[in-house]
Unconditional design. Sequence first.
Length: 164
Amino acid sequence: MAKPDWPFDTYGRSPPYYNRALMYYYDSKLITCFSRRLLVGHEPYEPRTQGIPGLNEAQAEALDAVHFIAKKHELRTVQMKGDIRFVNNMAIMHRREAFVDEGPHNRHLVRMWLNNEMMCWKLPRPLRLAWARVFEDDERASYWDIEPIREKNGTISRTSGSCD
């Protein structure tokens, strides 16, 4: 997982993909930063971009092993109204589950990517590029979805991003 040969899909950005490792040992820290979606897609919502390399068999097995080990040892938490959760994307693997807004069970999450130059971990060069795509991104319009965006049919539009 430390070999820089994992093909990350950039979903329409330039270049269409790039290779880097999933895990690094840098500045005396084990660092990981990846999204399974960027490596294998998320059918049918976000299929992998056609024409870019897929994972080889060993990579697919390693990715599945990490996934199932993380699932076996996961810590589940419950968010309550007003809660704030901070996660260090370089140190903690995390995931989200599907959620349907219905009746009294609706929510509005505001996802913020924070970076404190004085307190953040030093990053290996390949992750500096990934982090720059988040904090120095001029390709995509930025907006703060503090208020839910309602579609014509009454559903709430949600967007997500990733560090890559």
